[in-house]
Write a protein that binds this ligand. Sequence first.
Ligand code: PEP
Length: 253
Amino acid sequence: MSRRPIIAGNWKLNLTSAEGVELAREAARAARDADAAVVLFPTSLAAPSVRRALDGTPVEVGVQNVWYENKGAFTGEISPALALAEGLTWAIVGHSERRRIFGESDELAGRKAAAATAEGMKVILCVGETLEERQAGETLEVVRRQLEAGVIPVRAEPLPESLVIAYEPVWAIGTGRTASPEDAQEVHAFIRGWFRERFGEREAEATRILYGGSVKAANIAGLMAMPDIDGALVGGASLKADEFCAIIRYKEL
Ligand code: PEP
């Protein structure tokens, strides 16, 4: 089964609306007739302007985080319904920075993923081990635990179109250290195997599994050559137009 790759840019806490709109227009030019679908994650403040600037292009825009209730006394949060009302169709859930800096648990990631998909959003659920966990040989155990907590609440049978997994080893995020294509492939194959075990062959074959962790133009082609790597969640390199456009058009590298 062929899975359409996704190249997603996580801008984190960077770029004003004006800067974001400029970068998004360049990404949209690169995305024209590219193989991969492109999704941008600006700050929540910039996201609506970036979305409007992309009208008439296939590039989609999402939010970097979302709460699991649609409205109420949740100061500082944004909800799936409000994001969708702005045309923001994707949400990142369980990013390691949310887990590590903001203390979000596996269980919270599952609640958020379930609420967002139930509302009609598409979710990128991030999983991945720390350096200590890798060195202790616990990588697959950690990833399994995060999948159980993050995917199972979504529904008995997740929809491959609306639930995408990003394997992001924490030690590779923002550090310049990338997992080798072979090391990443091992974990991606494990994740696909977990879906097969839980939901069957069709679901497993249709689910997109992205890699994230210091992806750049120089390493994207090697990663994308792996059979179970279906795209990338790109942080730092998604802020540089030339670099990100080259990643979007990785087939031509
Ligand atoms: C990320 O933020 O998800 C990420 C992978 O960051 P970077 O590409 O900078 O490592």
